[in-house]
Design a binder for this molecule. Structure first.
Ligand code: AGP
Length: 588
């Protein structure tokens, strides 16, 4: 959460470079934004609440040294005062921060007694005053290091001092990536923002600090002060991949990228599936862990491994797994699934599992992310940069890989490849004009609904959960995903005349039971939307999805994505940046 971008170099439009970087990172938080540029011995700050939208920094002075921040509020409301960067009392130090400074309260009281004046309600501002206090008796880099080492919690900070000329960055928990340029250098909270400038990057590790100047970058251990030689990595994503292109927003672009991504996994995912399957084969107990949408991939994985490979694989939610892993041993495998690789609830539980000796495998989309670096075995999802807050292509990518792994475990890789390739073909049809228009019309009809149900059994259960979270998070309509068999155990009481119910009925062993669930809903007045390979009289609306065996879950969830997207558009909302959320959840 929170986007950070910094620049130091020979160009004189540093504020503009930073501002453009922030636009790329805005998916990480969009409560407010701010840029600070150093010029003629002064720090000039521009801050605003709300999304960047049509704002500009054209009114900021020429500078070759600047940094900025997009905020997802934690401490203190969404106000201009609470927006970053924050200044010290002298106006000569500026600071931006991602994370939660857990012990800020006590330090703030001490600083107030020493005469520091606070203008915001944030934990961040405490740190800039602490640095100011330490700078009275030591050099600026030492002051930053000392203050950073006193912070409890998971944080990333960048500080600048008008007299110093370097970006000083440190991380513990929240991501920071250094970008190496020619006579200029960069810093960002996500490598995707660096792609227009450089492909040479270094992902800072926990407790590392960087001193970034125009002509050099020095990395050292923030605790011991020892120098670190950075293992520079080359980024594979291009700047164009992270652009909207002809689409009106990122979510629609990412939805439409899915046939290509799924087809690519069918064509070349075999060796990646081999690597994961041999780990699982040798393990004494495999546990999959993910959060939100990725947690639904783990549930789908449980069904897939059971059905295809006859293997029991456990699944858990990242924020809960840490409380239930005392039984792990060095024979256990934990497969952590994450788009960003930065979700703190996953990272924390994975670290605990690692301490118990478990082997960690990661199915992850972002190269060099914290999860990527923590894992013993890494498999890249290969979905390219995903920028809309609602995860789409990363999720279907996760599903395609899990299907492949299950088939490899079953000794039938060719069959796995075939069903995934079939799903890619069905996706292409689904995303053509006719079906999309049908879903658009349906969205128009349903756009004023207060509640919706999404039901399915077996693999259609995680598809239902995923469809419900998509509808909730971007259209703000309350949607509940249910295992269809659970209806009679409570939720049916809320069904009244016209309640929309999306029912998944693929051509598998669940068809009859799913039909029964749809009929029970219909008998109570529900408006039943059947998503199936064949029509049925119980459906009030029908969306055709061809049969791709176990991989039918992939086009099924894309129906959910499209419906959520068009409901959102019909309600006049922004699908890319839903309220209260951020793409990468790096706080507990
Ligand atoms: C999905 O639409 C969500 N925005 C969210 O649930 C997301 O999947 C979750 O936060 C996990 O993120 P990750 O895959 O980056 O770990």
């Amino acid at each position: 959460m929170c986007g950070i971008f910094g620049y130091v170099g020979g160009r004189t439009d540093a504020a503009h470079i930073v501002f453009e970087g922030l636009k790329t990172l805005e998916y990480r938080g969009y409560d407010s934004w701010g840029v600070a540029a150093v010029t003629s011995g002064k720090i000039i700050v521009k801050k605003k609440t709300g999304k960047i939208g049509d704002a500009s920094v054209a009114d900021m002075p020429a500078s070759s040294f600047a940094f900025g921040h997009t905020r997802w509020a934690t401490h203190g409301g969404v106000t201009q005062e609470n927006a970053h960067p924050h200044l010290d009392c002298t106006g000569t130090i500026a600071l931006i921060h991602n994370g939660i400074f857990e012990n800020y309260e006590r330090i703030k009281q001490t600083l107030i007694k020493k005469g520091h004046r606070f203008v915001s309600e944030t934990d961040t501002e405490v740190l800039v005053h602490l640095i100011e206090e330490y700078r009275k008796s030591m050099l600026f880099p030492k002051a930053v290091q000392k203050a950073f080492n006193e912070m409890e919690g998971l944080n990333a900070i960048i500080a600048i001092d008008i007299a110093d000329g370097h970006l000083l960055a440190a991380r513990n928990g929240s991501p920071l990536v250094v970008g190496f340029g020619d006579g200029e250098n960069f810093l960002a909270s996500d490598a995707v923002a660096l792609t227009p400038h450089t492909k040479q990057v270094y992902f800072l590790d926990d407790d590392e600090m960087a001193i970034i100047g125009a002509n050099g970058i020095m990395i050292f251990d923030a605790k011991t002060g020892e120098h670190v030689t950075p293992a520079v990595q080359k980024l594979v994503w291009s700047a164009q991949q992270a652009e909207k292109g002809k689409f009106p927003n990122y979510m629609l672009k990412e939805i439409h990228e899915q046939p290509g991504i799924v087809a690519e996994i069918a064509a070349s995912g075999g060796s990646r599936a081999e690597r994961l399957s041999s780990l699982i084969r040798e393990a004494y107990g495999t546990y999959m862990v993910g959060c939100g949408t990725a947690s639904y991939a783990t549930i789908a994985g449980q069904y897939l491994f059971s059905k295809i490979a006859h293997r029991h694989v456990n699944c858990a939610i990242g924020s809960e797994f840490g409380y239930t892993l005392d039984f792990l041993t060095n024979k256990s495998v934990v497969l952590a699934i994450s788009q960003s690789g930065e979700t703190i609830d996953i990272l924390e539980s994975v670290k605990k599992a690692k301490m118990r000796g478990a082997k960690i495998a990661a199915l992850v989309n972002v190269l060099g992310s914290s999860l990527y670096r923590l894992a013993d075995e890494r498999v890249m999802i290969g979905a390219g940069p995903e920028k809309a807050v609602a995860s789409t292509k990363a999720f279907t990518g996760m599903l395609a890989h899990l299907i492949f792994v299950a088939y490899v475990l079953a000794g039938e890789p060719v069959k796995g490849k075939k069903v995934i390739a079939k799903a890619a073909v069905i996706l292409k049809q689904l995303l053509s004009a006719g079906p999309v228009e049908d879903i658009q019309k349906l969205a128009q009809r349903l756009k004023d609904s207060e509640h919706m149900y999404v039901i399915g059994r077996g693999l259609s259960y995680p598809a239902s959960l995923e469809t419900a979270i998509k509808i909730k998070e971007i259209s703000y309509i309350h949607a509940e995903g249910l295992a269809a068999g659970e209806l009679k155990h409570g939720p049916l009481a809320l069904v009244t005349k016209g309640t929309p119910v999306i029912a998944f009925l693929p051509n598998d062993e669940t068809y009859g039971a799913n039909l029964a669930g749809s009929m029970e809903m219909k008998a109570r007045g529900a408006y039943v939307i059947g998503v199936s390979y064949k029509p049925h009289e119980v459906f009030d609306a029908y969306i055709h999805v061809g049969d791709a065996g176990e991989a039918t879950i992939i086009p099924n969830v894309v129906v959910g994505q499209l419906l959520a997207y068009y409901l959102t558009m019909a309600r006049g909302l922004d699908p890319d940046k839903p309220r209260n959320l951020a793409k990468s959840v790096t706080v507990r």
